[in-house]
Design a protein around this ligand. Structure first.
Ligand code: CA
Ligand code: CA
Length: 448
């Protein structure tokens, strides 16, 4: 029944998230579960923020240890480096901020009280920086007042009870935990969703998350297609499928036959066996093991650098290949991308089943430079009424041109392209139908 549901799309979400993640601090990445009380502003500090000349008086609760206070000061220091603000110990100023710590798993800011109270449980420099963003009037991208410029919320795709967390200016939300630590979180029975797509303009930018780029969790969470996005520079895996018994964060290894179950059915990822650039092209060879006699789309990506895990991510989508596994669940694939030679970049791939389950990223393989194997002429060599006929053998997946000239003596020799192609078979018989009026004819094959 779930497969009959219309496929839902989350488009441009990445762009919105990207803006959010940049927030104000540029290189300092800040995310976390957040609870907000008080006023919300449109992503920039309003004139009513009560810190004259950027001077922010602060005080620690007397239960904070010296180490906890230092963590706070480290986070505040990031703001002082990035913005025109300065934190000073509170003395007799009218408005000030109180820094506290709790063990309840709650991070929040009471922005409209005096003193403001910044309450942090997961105390870290980045969390302090994040919460101070709220203190200054910044808000999560998903609730900013100009949200609709960046994000379309499909309410039928939001779990019951969670819609307030995506509303513009949700002033009714004063205490809750609805925000995602991950950039895109597909969870708790979400099915038939699409994040991105392989068509033009459908991919999202999903980058700079502290955790995974896309995080897929929960039982009965499957058929979620994650294709064609630009996923890079995230703190954990580009795509993480996390079953209940998985160690997080982490690569979920392929299982032979792919009979395991979990989010996106723990779809096995491909294995790239070789990737290399040559000429003006990049060739990617690989294989997939999954269920037998089933069809899959292999999406191939390149990244300027491999993820530190060695798996993915996928910064630039290179193209897709459709494969069908044999009776033992195995399929090979080859993709030739003719856009450029990406030698030195990291190549990775995902597999997506016919029902839409997308895998995690494969291990990244560095593309090496490789000259194209030379083509060879072979019999028959025959002159027929419809042209000159000869055989050629190739290395598959490489591109070749067949060229001809009528004069080797006149320099420079003028070679004419007869055809260009990427070899999908290792040999063919070629007929030069233009070779009907020449006394002599010379041929060569060229690979870029
Ligand atoms: Ca995993
Ligand atoms: Ca699996």
């Amino acid at each position: 029944m779930q497969n009959n549901l219309p496929r839902r799309s989350i488009r441009n979400l990445g762009a919105a998230q990207y803006l959010f993640l940049r927030l104000l601090l540029g290189g300092l990445f800040l995310v976390g579960q957040m609870v907000l009380a008080g006023n919300f502003y449109a992503g920039t500090s309003p004139a009513t923020v009560p810190w004259a000349s950027g001077i922010v008086p602060y005080q620690f609760t007397n239960t904070l240890t010296a180490a906890q206070q230092k963590t706070y000061l480290d986070g505040l220091r990031e703001w002082e480096l990035a913005a025109n603000v300065k934190f000073v110990p509170h003395t007799n100023q009218t408005r000030w901020v109180l820094f506290t710590y709790n063990t309840l798993g709650i991070n929040n800011v009471s922005a409209s009280t005096n003193p403001q109270v910044v309450n942090i449980s997961s105390l870290s420099r980045s969390q302090v920086g994040h919460e101070m963003g709220h203190s200054f009037g910044f808000q999560h991208e998903n609730i900013r007042s100009d949200q609709t410029n960046f994000l379309t919320v499909l309410s039928n795709n939001v779990a019951p009870g969670n819609l307030p967390f995506l509303l513009v200016d949700p002033t009714t939300v004063t205490n809750g935990l609805g925000y995602t630590l991950w950039n895109v979180w597909v969870q708790n029975g979400a099915t038939n969703n699409s994040v991105g797509g392989t068509g033009a303009g459908l991919g999202n930018v999903i980058a700079f998350a502290a955790g995974s780029g896309i995080f897929v969790t929960g039982t009965n969470t499957f058929d979620n297609s994650l294709r064609g996005n630009s996923i890079f520079s995230n703190g954990a895996l580009g795509v993480d499928l996390v079953a209940g018994n998985d160690a997080y964060p982490g690569v979920t290894p392929d299982d032979t036959g792919d009979a395991d179950s979990g989010p996106n059915n723990l779809q096995n990822f491909p294995v790239i066996t070789n990737s290399f650039g040559y000429g003006f092209s990049t060739i990617v060879l690989g294989k997939l093991n999954s269920g037998s006699s089933r069809s899959f789309s292999i999406d191939v990506y390149r990244s300027l650098a491999a993820d530190s895990s060695g798996f993915g991510e996928g910064q630039f989508y290179l193209g897709s290949v459709n494969v069908t596994t044999d009776g033992t669940g195995n399929a090979g694939f080859a993709l030739t991308n003719s856009a450029a030679n990406y030698t030195g970049q990291s190549i990775s791939a995902t597999a997506t089943s016919a029902t839409g389950d997308t895998s995690e990223f494969s291990a990244a393989v560095l593309a090496t430079n490789k000259p194209a194997p030379a083509a060879a002429f072979a019999a028959p060599f025959q002159y027929r009424t419809n042209g000159f006929v000869f055989g050629l053998t190739f290395a598959t997946n490489f591109s070749y041109s067949i060229q001809a000239t009528t004069n080797l003596a006149a320099l420079p020799i003028v070679w004419t392209d007869l055809t260009n192609f990427t070899a999908t078979i290792s040999s063919l018989t070629f007929t030069d139908r233009t070779a009907t009026n020449f006394r002599t004819r010379f041929y060569r094959t060229v690979s870029p």
